[in-house]
Ligand binder design. Structure first.
Ligand SMILES: NC(=O)c1ccc[n+]([C@@H]2O[C@H](COP(=O)([O-])OP(=O)(O)OC[C@H]3O[C@@H](n4cnc5c(N)ncnc54)[C@H](OP(=O)(O)O)[C@@H]3O)[C@@H](O)[C@H]2O)c1
Length: 274
């Protein structure tokens, strides 16, 4: 049993996609919501909509989770506002796509900072008070990409494998303290993510919606699960991966993911953002 009403959730990456869907779903269940991302205007508009539609407090903390001090500032801001975080949704994240050498090292450093370092730091900031209260929950956004190596999205898939392993381990550590930890693993979901990663042309599979991913995550949280994959088709993928040698799976993934025009010369046609 997980109670939402009257409790407070902090959601990172709340300005679009799956994070925005989390905000809507949680506010709809009577949770106060703290919205974190860089796009302050979008967050303010969404917060105003939520507090107008539901009897909840909806607040904004604009922060760049790629910056070293961001989590400390968020923690201070939460304390200054006298809030207690009952549910932490570590959702902010992005991916890079292309031949490794063509992707900017700075961009991939940011990817590791946002997808991993900020998630770990936020968990450090907000789980100890949950343990002290004997209740609370964390949902971390992993991905089906976390179950196997993914050539041409090598760093992204590795960050999501980290999230998966980290969440499963913490789920065991904290279960007996009344704190649930869940890794939510969506497959291809209809958000700005693929465009942001410049990987849109790759995807031919039908996309799930952010609302479906969130509904799957909340159902799993209520059931006390430590890992959930969104979508029946997506859920089969890790089962298939387990049946074959990992090297073979990586080879096949490489064929599927290979950017068009990335020939023997090693010159990738893949683009990179920023
Ligand atoms: N869509 C998919 O197919 C898919 C599949 C599996 C897993 N996921 C995971 O789901 C999560 C949400 O992605 P999405 O699909 O909803 O993509 P999205 O629509 O692009 O949303 C990404 C969110 O992360 C925030 N963000 C990015 N960089 C940030 C930074 N430096 N500091 C603070 N916030 C930052 C963005 O906000 P600002 O730009 O306003 O900062 C935005 O709110 C990610 O962790 C992603 O890896 C997505």
């Amino acid at each position: 049993m997980f109670t939402y009403q009257g409790k407070t959730a902090l959601i990172t990456g709340a300005s679009s996609g799956i994070g925005e869907a989390f905000v809507r779903a949680l506010a709809g269940r009577g949770m106060h919501v703290m919205l974190v991302a860089r796009s302050e205007e979008k967050l303010r508009a969404l917060a105003a909509e939520m507090s107008g539609q539901h009897e909840v407090r909806a607040e904004v903390i604009a922060a760049d989770l790629g910056q070293e001090q961001a989590v400390q500032l968020i923690q201070q801001e939460v304390e200054r506002r006298g809030l207690t975080i009952d549910l932490l949704v570590n959702n902010a994240g992005f991916g890079t796509y292309g031949l490794f050498e063509t992707i900017s090292p700075e961009r991939e450093h940011q990817e590791v900072m946002v997808n991993i370092a900020a998630m770990v730091a936020l968990t450090h900031a907000f789980v100890p008070p949950m343990v002290a209260r004997g209740q609370g929950a964390v949902i971390n956004l992993s991905s089906v990409a976390g179950f196997q190596p993914l050539p041409y999205m090598a760093v992204y898939a590795a960050t999501k494998a980290f999230v998966l392993s980290f969440s499963e381990a913490l789920s065991v550590e904290y279960r007996r303290h009344g704190v649930r930890v869940l890794a939510l693993c969506p497959g291809v979901t209809d958000t700005a993510f693929l465009k942001e990663a410049s990987a849109e042309p790759l995807i031919v599979a039908p996309k799930r919606t952010p609302e479906q991913a969130v509904a799957t995550g909340l159902r799993a949280l209520e059931r006390g699960r430590s890992v959930v994959i969104d979508g029946v088709g997506n859920a089969m993928l890790p089962q298939v991966v387990r049946l074959f040698p990992r090297a073979l799976i990586a080879q096949i993934a490489g064929q599927v993911m290979r950017p068009r025009g990335a020939g023997m010369s090693g010159q990738a046609a893949a683009t990179q953002k920023r």
